[in-house]
Design a protein around this ligand. Sequence first.
Ligand code: URA
Length: 263
Amino acid sequence: MPLDMALDDLLRWYLDAGVDETIGDVPVDRFIDRSAAAPPLRPAAAAPAAAQPPAAEPRHPAIPGTAAHLAAGCAGLAELRAAMEAFDGLPLKRTAASTVFADGNPEAAVMIIGEAPGQEEDRRGLPFVGKSGKLLDRMLDSIGLDRGSAYITNVLPWRPLENRKPTPDEVAVCLPFVARHIELVDPQVLVLLGGAAASAILARHDGISRLRGRWHDYSSPGLPRPIPVLATFHPAYLLRTPDAKRGAWRDLLMVKKRLSGRD
Ligand code: URA
């Protein structure tokens, strides 16, 4: 095809060549309710801080029935849990046994966000209660925390079958729920476990090795101020890669220092 063709020439050229429909390079899962996806979360600098929840008045009102619309209407955690349990916009939910909402103390200073429930979490309806949960409990213990002094949830409340990684579409559909969850808990510090949680919440494409080890800010219109965020390795990764524990330990010490007001 000549490189200097005008657009209508180019279209005619395609039609003459027998091209009568357009197909993307990337497969699209049409079973996903795309209208349920939220606009991407923005890092602190780009987002204005506003009043306490539920004051946030969306600039673009969400479509009724979508995750964004349901989440925005929730004034408390019980309402949010009920909205997520009633949500029908993600096929993943139909194969999951539970909607894994959260565990721990919603009044805690620290909110921890992982990726998605595994088999044991799906069976028991609680986050981080399998093998990686046991390591997470030890990590918390090492900085003087436990499930009475931390609050734990995931980006996805439903287990992807075979413990596969959630797709970007699945993450996008669930983001309004986790964003509202953060607003309602309004913790002093957010800790993100693993690359999936870090890139979803921080809206960054960098891998966890680049994002961990330093403070980020998280803002949303329903938060009174930006929340400091630390990303670190996921406990499942640490179980497979013990050499990474040294870095995770340094990250945990940063959290401890921040909570004690020494930083
Ligand atoms: N991995 C996660 O990211 N979350 C869980 O709840 C369990 C394992």
